[in-house]
Design a protein around this ligand. Structure first.
Ligand SMILES: [Zn+2]
Ligand SMILES: [Zn+2]
Length: 318
């Protein structure tokens, strides 16, 4: 009989506090043992009401209710709220992934343009294999996995079940091996991951490696994220174009020049400029970040200091 707390009280999951209270009153009258009601049924109604009438507890319970559950693991509705809490904590731990690890990988524009495959040696925390071995029951909790303590809540004495600390709720004696003793059951696990960089994976691009991050004692392995960082380079990236600012002398600007340039992917190409001005770039089609873009040479023209004589000569020519 796997009724949830709402079904036990006979209310909708959207029921208001007033509706819950009224359903409980009705049920309490009907099932009160003093009035010939079923004691077990009365206890269940009380427990359901205890959770659903408390905003905080109801919130925790609703979260748990909406969480997908593995087969054969029903909620234990019939224990005390302490049990529910223990279950919730346990369930959270069982399904929670460890927080992701982010790693910044610096790459050069040359590597990007050459579309290199990058290999990265990473070291993650993993649960040591010795933790699975059966070393007999835990001394602290005699194998139960929990300890019981009493506490006064709202004037009522309640017993609370807590996960046993030494065995971490497993009920099994934990004996660390030499490999993991220092980190209490956790070992460093190295692995090499690979990813392909390209003009599509520029600064800030993230590669996600699900489950390749750290694993905690009670968590599933988290994700590993590689964030691409582009090393400083001499170009400006403008969409698919590569913009190169060239220091150009006044003579080159006026008389033209020929020069060999290197594309970051390793290609060598020649530009021949007849005469130019700072607002007239030289565009090499198809030599951009990708073949869809262009290589654009902008000129930063430096003007020389001229003597009076030189000025006269130039004035005559122009
Ligand atoms: Zn224990
Ligand atoms: Zn070990």
């Amino acid at each position: 009989m796997n009724q949830n707390l709402y079904e036990i009280l006979g209310v909708e999951t959207t029921a208001t506090k007033i509706e819950i209270k009224s359903a409980y009153r009705k049920a309490a009258l009907e099932h009160h043992p003093d009035k010939g009601g079923n004691e077990e049924e009365f206890r269940r109604k009380n427990e359901a009401y205890e959770v659903l009438s408390d905003d905080e507890k109801r919130k925790v319970y609703d979260t748990e209710l909406n969480r997908p559950k593995p087969v054969n693991r029903g909620l234990n509705m019939f224990g005390m709220f302490g049990n529910l809490f223990k279950f919730v904590q346990k369930a959270h731990k069982e399904f929670q992934k460890e927080r992701p690890v982010s790693y910044e990988k610096f790459v050069s524009l040359e590597q990007i343009c050459r579309r290199e495959t990058v290999s990265l040696r990473i070291t993650r925390d993993r649960l040591c294999g010795c933790q699975i071995r059966d070393n007999g029951p835990c001394d602290e909790c005699s194998g139960k996995g929990y300890t019981v303590s009493t506490k006064t809540i709202n004037g009522n004495l309640s017993s609370i079940r807590m996960n046993c600390t030494p065995c971490r709720g497993t009920g099994k004696k934990i004996m660390y091996c030499n490999r993991c003793r220092e980190k209490s059951g956790i070992v460093d696990s190295p692995k090499t991951i690979q990813f392909d960089i390209s003009p599509d994976t520029l600064d800030g691009y993230r590669f996600l490696f699900p489950g390749e991050g750290n694993q905690g004692r009670n968590t599933l392995p988290g994700d590993f994220i590689v964030v691409i960082r582009l090393q400083p380079h001499t170009y400006r990236i403008d969409s698919q174009n590569l913009v190169y600012i060239r220091e150009t002398t006044l003579k080159e600007a006026l008389c033209g020049y020929t020069e060999y340039l290197h594309h970051p992917d390793g290609r060598r190409f020649r530009i021949s400029v007849e005469s130019t001005s700072p607002d007239k770039p030289c565009v090499v089609k198809g030599y951009g970040l990708t073949t869809d873009g262009d290589f654009i040479v902008r000129h930063s023209v430096s003007f020389p200091n001229l003597s009076e004589e030189q000025k006269e000569q130039i004035a005559r020519i122009l």
